[in-house]
Design a protein around this ligand. Structure first.
Ligand SMILES: [Zn+2]
Length: 445
């Protein structure tokens, strides 16, 4: 029987035309066209400054650039051998898919240089025009020429404000944290200097008054619509609600020198996390929090589980702050979904859209949209991955993948009679742009 079945199957395969061999998720063509036409708002990305050749490099693209940590493996879809990167280079720069080896690399370098020269400071906006994105939220230390409103909106980093004391003992935990903590220390020094101070004050209340609050206000004045915590790269997301007096004691003891114990530092960080989140909310900024499985060879996945944030989300004094579980908490999607029941908690599919196949993202979207359709946002996490995987290619891949995932999810919901076409189009607009307008208090245009 088995033998016969095998013969039947193989002969059937040879009879099928080649394209049919690739299983395609069913997509409603008209709906896919509708989704492709929606002007998107990308909830989370890392665009680079359009620096002219020979000028100093862009160093403000991330508070925690990962090039300083030991090499670590990437999910398949992010690796250069994934042919989808070639598709991105072809779509954006017209690089031929048939070139290989040195000819391909030369063609790519030349094509990218030509477009960058032609567009000059308009290059980042040109990228958004190619992928149908109206607004990209730029997660950077600063924006700059070429990355400006209204097409780019700022998401500023705030982790550094949680670490005003000596972090050497915290940094010692892993080879990754050894490289990352000093970056936060340097960024805090920069924040302090930008306020005209030379050092942090001696008491916690004075630190909050003279450094934390003015830094958040400076970020808001600079156009920030959200702040972002990358804390999961540094410590678990279990932010408790410590007694203010305990935090004040730790601060006062070490402000002038010395290294707090891990338990002491956690009290202070937890206190400051809530102060920062509360302050951001008061100023009308959302709070993005990195939650996913990576990156880094020593990254603590259990410490980035979305459920760890529940006590902060349930803090009544933080209900005026909108939180975004960025990267969807992948792969802990159920944890993310359960937290979307909080009135001030949203999520986005940034990063997921890049390193998870669209069919899988479609399953997630369908699961979330059935329950919390007003809480789910499109995002890419487009970042610069070197000459063959620039932020533009990542934005193209993340955006086309996300639109495809959304089309698969909504087609399935229509075919199963859960929604009609009008509702499918409405859900598509909500995910691709309208939920972000609400979450980040953007102007409606
Ligand atoms: Zn990111």
């Amino acid at each position: 029987m088995a033998h016969t079945a095998l013969i039947c199957w193989t002969s059937l395969l040879t009879l099928l035309p080649a394209p049919a061999l690739r299983a395609q998720a069913p997509v409603d063509t008209a709906l896919a066209r509708y989704i492709a036409g929606i002007k998107a708002i990308d909830s989370h990305a890392h665009p680079m400054l359009p620096i002219p050749a020979g000028a100093p490099p862009d160093t403000d693209y991330d508070a925690l650039p990962l090039d300083g940590i030991p090499a670590f493996p990437l999910p398949y879809r992010l690796r250069p051998e994934n042919p989808e990167w070639r598709a991105a280079q072809h779509a954006l720069y017209g690089v031929r898919l048939t070139d290989t080896g040195a000819a391909y690399r030369d063609a790519l370098r030349g094509a990218v240089r030509a477009v960058r020269q032609r567009e000059g400071p308009r290059f980042p906006e040109w990228v958004l025009d190619q992928i149908g994105t109206e607004v990209m939220l730029a997660n950077r230390i600063t924006l700059g020429p070429g990355l400006a409103p209204p097409r780019f909106r700022w998401v500023a980093f705030v982790d550094a404000l949680m670490f005003p004391l000596d972090t050497r003992a915290e940094a010692a935990r892993t080879p990754d944290t050894r490289a990352l903590y000093p970056k936060e220390a340097a960024l805090l020094r920069r924040y302090v200097h930008e306020l005209g101070l030379t050092t942090v004050p001696r008491t916690l209340d004075a630190y909050v008054r003279a450094v934390v609050t003015p830094t958040l206000e400076r970020e808001r004045r600079g156009g920030a619509v959200s702040v972002k915590f990358e804390a999961a790269y540094l410590r678990p997301l279990d932010f408790d609600d410590p007694d203010a007096a305990a935090a004040q004691r730790v601060y006062a003891r070490y402000a002038a020198g010395g290294t707090p114990t891990h338990a002491e530092y956690k009290v202070l960080e937890d206190y400051l996390f809530r102060m920062i989140a509360r302050g951001a909310g008061r100023l009308g900024m959302a709070v993005q929090i990195h939650t996913t499985e990576g990156f880094g060879g020593f990254y603590a996945t259990h410490g980035s589980a979305p459920h760890l944030l529940e006590p902060a989300f349930d803090d009544p004094t933080l209900r005026g702050t909108t939180f975004i579980i960025i990267h969807g908490g992948w792969p802990l999607l159920g944890e993310t979904q359960s937290l979307l029941s909080k009135p001030n908690v949203y999520t986005d599919i940034s990063a997921m859209a890049l390193f998870v196949e669209p069919t899988e993202v479609a399953r997630v979207l369908r699961q979330w949209l059935g329950e919390w359709p007003e809480k789910v946002m499109f995002g890419t996490d487009a970042f610069d991955g070197g000459p063959e995987q620039g932020w533009a290619e990542a934005a193209w891949l993340g955006t086309t993948s996300a639109r495809r995932a959304l089309a698969i999810a909504l087609t399935g919901m229509m075919r199963d009679g859960e929604i009609d076409r009008a509702r499918a189009e409405q859900l598509a607009r909500m995910v691709m742009r309208e939920n972000a307008i609400t979450a980040y208090h953007l102007e409606r245009r």
